[in-house]
Design a protein around this ligand. Structure first.
Ligand code: TYM
Length: 329
């Protein structure tokens, strides 16, 4: 049995990248493993949400996760800020995290470029908080998309450093996980790069069918293959990548063959892709609406989750404190 921790920042809604990068794996794992799933609301503070946005986003994302099928009676589902032990471990880990390595992190450099007027210390130490989230439950597997690979590397480094420094074996070194396969990167619809909330190229699980059709029909392609088995351009390869996770194998193979025979009509492919996305997201979208407004249910879920998460977290924190040398008089 593995201990699994996965999380999401509470900014923006869930998109197909989040679903196929992280949630789907988690859904497969939750029944056989010790699983924790949380909403990283402290992490979202690095971009300064208003108080209303902060709370609304947490409610929305929580509802979306539950609608996807994460079962709070099986997995531990909680809000990061309900577990203060995480922030204490974060503080302790910060003492052994060095400026140089934090400044070199790709995600930090990217964020610093995107928000030059708000390069705060929280952004710099983002990977340390993420490490605390993960190792406080002694996780061994972390279902995430490819973009989190470097953060997981940092997590292993901080865990190893603590173990070495105190000559203990407290924290396992967790690995990013996608069922023995390569970590996945769902591309956006704009021709290049990953699907992301800040990139403006995402399809959200709660998008209306009309919005989905419009977004897919507008996706970037090229002028079409002129000979058989022509290598695909990046925008077209991206469309196929999305189709591969959403549509049936038969549909995917059909359009691949059309492409390879140089007779594909991208319009037909997009129409089919849009309908397959709609078929996939509609039941989720409908459940989100029900769950979002059920305050009593949500309250019960987060209360129960916080209790279970704190039990696990406080045990590890107690061990870490003692190892470092905090002793009662
Ligand atoms: P976040 O909120 O950006 O994304 C949540 C999850 O979705 C995955 N993901 C993708 N996967 C494939 N293709 C894409 N286009 C795509 N876009 C997003 C991400 O890899 C991630 O798994 N730092 C994390 C949140 C976090 C966390 C943690 C995750 C905080 N603490 C501890 C795991 C464990 C983040 O910003 O993810």
């Amino acid at each position: 049995m593995e201990t699994v921790v996965s999380g999401i920042r509470s900014t923006g809604n869930l998109h197909l990248g989040n679903y196929f990068g992280a949630v789907k794996n988690f859904l497969k794992m939750q029944h056989e493993n010790r699983c924790f799933f949380f909403i990283a609301d402290y992490h979202s503070l690095t971009t300064h949400p208003t108080p209303e946005d902060l709370h609304g986003n947490v409610r929305q994302i929580l509802s979306e996760y539950l609608a996807c099928g994460i079962d709070p009676d099986v997995a531990t589902v909680f809000i990061q800020s309900d577990v203060p032990e995480v922030t204490e471990l974060y503080l302790l880990l910060n003492m052994n995290a060095y400026l140089g390595e934090l400044e070199r992190t790709t995600s930090f450099k990217e964020k610093a470029r995107k928000q030059p007027n708000n390069v705060n210390a929280g952004l710099l130490t983002y990977p340390v908080l993420m490490a605390a989230d993960i190792i406080i439950h002694k996780a061994t597997k972390v279902p995430v998309g490819k973009d989190q690979e470097q953060n997981l590397e940092m997590t292993r480094r901080f865990a190893r450093r603590f173990n070495n420094m105190y000559k203990v074996d407290l924290f396992p070194e967790p690995t990013a996980y996608n069922f023995g396969e390569e970590l996945i990167k769902i591309p956006g619809l704009d021709g290049s790069g990953k699907m992301g909330k800040s990139e403006g190229n995402a399809i959200y699980l709660t998008d209306d069918p009309a919005v989905i059709r419009k977004k897919v029909m507008r996706a970037v392609t090229d002028s079409g293959p002129t000979r058989e088995n022509q290598e695909m351009s990046e925008p077209v390869r991206n469309l196929f990548t999305i189709m591969k996770v959403i549509s049936s194998e038969e549909t995917y193979n059909h359009f691949l063959e059309e492409y390879n025979k140089a007779r594909i009509r991208y319009g037909d492919m997009k129409k089919q892709l849009a309908e397959d996305i709609i078929r996939f997201t509609t039941p989720i979208r409908e459940r989100v609406e029900e769950i979002r407004n059920d305050n009593e249910y949500l309250r019960k879920v987060v209360r129960q989750g916080a209790e279970k998460a704190r039990e696990s977290a406080s045990k590890t924190l107690r061990e870490a404190r003692e190892i470092i040398g905090f002793k009662p008089f």
